[in-house]
Write a protein of this length. Structure first.
Length: 633
């Protein structure tokens, strides 16, 4: 592993960072009382909305063995996202222009080890791509009962069971459908039709990885091979009963995989230099592309066609009994060019209920999934692993939205549910408890099931591969000082055992957000999460290499001076073998308007898995400094 930057190099990088930051800040700083008055065209005024996000960051080499991963090596980055939307009456035209610039990349530095340098250079063919491109472009017509979009649009059918193309800021995911979306509503009927290509954001801020065609390299005799395909999506949703006591919805989606580029007889990409925005569905090209995809993302990525169909019934207003939703879906994977997916069909059933009786509120979720996979994007994950979490469907997890302990394919073959009960004791005090039970045949030991739930794990019995999970928590929400101060805190446990009774995973944790008003504009806030964890394949110690529990957590302290300033300090830690024990960081946020702010961050953050609503990704450890500037005009 290369040594960390020398101080001279670090100082030079920080100097460059400061210069770039100052330039970016001056260019984007709002000028009060200088708004542009747009003219009125016809009877409708023009309205221009401009939002710009700028990130300038310098990473240093991460400490100890975290630096062995390429994405943890020190480099500098400038990321900019310019959003512009022009509205005129019923019409809105918009675009998002993304740009990226990198410096001090691993391959740019003096590395004495030739093997390491070669690895950096090869890895860099699909990373640190200086670029500027229109990430999102759309034109929308919106009138009572009708909305039509040409270009990029978000869409979700069946609460994600059938189709889910959305934005998750916490994970850096932004996937739209680039094509046509038309919604027509005439109560009690509503119809939505979509057709187009998947369009995820092409640059991953956390790792510098990109979905562009990799650069050519003299170190690799093969032509540059693509890392993202041309996924074509058509779908429709029909709703009946809008505004009535019962709503019925039918959903259908077909996802077909096409090659992003044509190939010649030697398997080399034929690139005209202008790109291939629609790809090619030629049989030989399609087979060449799909055979290059690893199966680590499950069987949906290399499947030439995935068909999803679903039906739901919703009772949104049951009077004193609350509301009920039941959804079912089927999945059919066809024409897979890779072996190992012998069972091509799956199905899912999900139901949720919410109701309030006096001071008591209950939320119940139930799930039963059989060989039902999230539909993954056709991403070549061995070279673009940061995008392996881009999916086009996402079955509800019936877990807390930040659950990061349902490992691997836990949800593919599972039965379970979640019950949460809230009790309002006073206007400012609420207590709650939650229990989760799940039985999975697909989390560990290479298990799985077919569309009927029957085990498909060779000679192993269903009991041998079954993981049983019990999960519970209790919490409190308390506001005081006339709602200027509050305490949100909860504690929980999770126990995941295999059929042989041995622990696969367990943890105990506490989590909290405490804010205390100090009078006037001042308040002090503490946010933290502390966990005691065990996983049977992690943190192996001793002569026998047996897994041992470890502790990890973080606490963030913030001094808030309303309405302008937030000054924070973060402390993170872990006792996991091979990782630094402590991480420290500091940050300052200044709001110059309600919608515009600048945030400066410096220090270290622990890497690891992060999940939101069942979508997860691994973030590398961070050590460095960054400035984030968000402006809205």
């Amino acid at each position: 592993m290369p040594s960390r930057f020398r101080f001279v190099r670090s100082a030079r990088s920080l100097s460059s960072l400061a210069g770039l930051t100052a330039a970016a800040t001056l260019l984007a700083w709002p000028s009060p009382a200088h708004a542009v008055d747009l003219p009125t065209v016809g009877d409708n005024p023009l309205r221009l909305d401009v939002t710009n996000f700028t990130l300038v960051a310098q990473r240093f080499n991460a400490r100890t063995n975290e630096g062995e991963a390429f994405e943890d090596q020190g480099y500098g980055a400038f990321i900019n996202r310019l959003n512009v939307a022009l509205n005129w009456g019923k019409w809105t035209a918009g675009t998002r222009l993304d740009s990226a610039l990198y410096w001090e990349r691993p391959e740019d530095r003096a590395v004495s080890n030739p093997t390491l340098l070669r690895n950096y250079q090869l890895d860099g063919t699909s990373r640190f791509r200086n670029s500027i491109y229109p990430a999102k472009v759309w034109l929308t017509y919106s009138a009572p009962g009708v909305e039509a979009t040409i270009g990029d649009a978000y869409v979700q059918f069946g609460r994600g069971l059938v189709l889910s193309m959305r934005k998750i800021d916490d994970l850096g995911i932004d996937t739209t459908l680039r094509g046509v979306k038309v919604s027509i509503q005439k109560d009690p009927i509503a119809v939505t039709v979509v057709a187009g290509l998947s369009n995820p954001s092409r640059v991953d801020e956390a790792t510098g990885r990109a979905l562009f065609l990799p650069r050519a390299s003299a170190l690799d005799s093969s032509s540059p091979q693509p890392v993202f395909g041309a996924d074509r999506i058509i779908g429709a949703e029909l709703q009946a009963g809008r505004g009535l006591p019962v709503i019925l919805s039918t959903h259908f989606v077909r996802i077909s995989r096409c090659a992003p580029y044509p190939y010649d007889s030697n398997g080399a990409v034929v690139d005209s230099g202008l790109g291939s925005p629609f790809g090619t569905c030629n049989g030989a090209d399609q087979t060449e592309w799909l055979q290059s995809l690893p199966t680590s993302q499950g069987p949906t990525a290399p499947a030439a066609e995935v068909i999803m169909a679903g039906q739901s019934i919703e009772l949104p207003r049951m009077g004193d009994f609350g509301n009920l939703y039941i959804g079912a879906a089927t999945q059919s994977r066809r024409s897979s060019v890779q072996a190992g997916d012998d069972h091509h069909n799956g199905n899912a059933l999900y139901a949720s209920y919410a109701g309030t009786f006096g001071p008591v509120s209950n939320t119940l979720e139930v799930k039963s999934y059989r060989n039902f996979y999230p539909v993954a994007a056709s991403v070549e994950a061995s070279r673009a692993g940061a995008f392996s979490n881009v999916v086009y469907s996402q079955p509800p997890t019936a877990e807390v939205i930040t659950q990061d302990s349902a490992f691997g394919t836990f949800n593919v073959c599972v039965n379970g549910g979640r019950l949460r009960t809230d009790v309002r004791l006073t206007q400012g005090l609420l207590v709650y408890g939650q229990g989760i039970y799940a039985s999975s045949k697909s989390e560990s030991l290479g298990g799985g099931c077919d569309e009927r739930g029957r085990t498909v794990s060779g000679s192993r019995s269903a009991d041998a591969i079954r993981d049983t999970v019990w999960d519970g928590l209790v919490g409190v929400q308390w506001s005081f000082d006339k709602d200027k101060s509050y305490v949100y805190a909860w504690a929980g446990i999770r126990d995941d055992r295999r059929g042989d009774g041995l622990s696969y995973y367990r943890e105990q944790y506490i989590q909290y957000t405490v804010s205390k008003s100090l009078g006037g504009p001042y308040s002090l806030e503490f946010t933290g999460r502390h966990r005691n964890r065990f996983e049977d394949t992690q943190n192996a110690r001793g002569a026998n290499g047996e897994a041992q529990p470890w502790r990890e957590g973080e606490n963030y302290t913030a001094l808030k001076i309303a309405p302008k300033w937030i000054i924070g300090h973060g402390f993170e830690y872990t006792t996991r073998l091979g990782f630094p024990t402590y991480y420290n960081n500091g940050s300052v946020l200044y709001k110059f308007t309600n919608d515009s702010n600048v945030r400066v961050f410096a220090g270290q953050q622990r890497g690891g898995l992060r999940c939101v609503s069942g979508v997860c990704r691994v973030f590398p450890a961070y050590e460095g400094a960054r400035v984030e500037l968000t402006m809205r005009f």
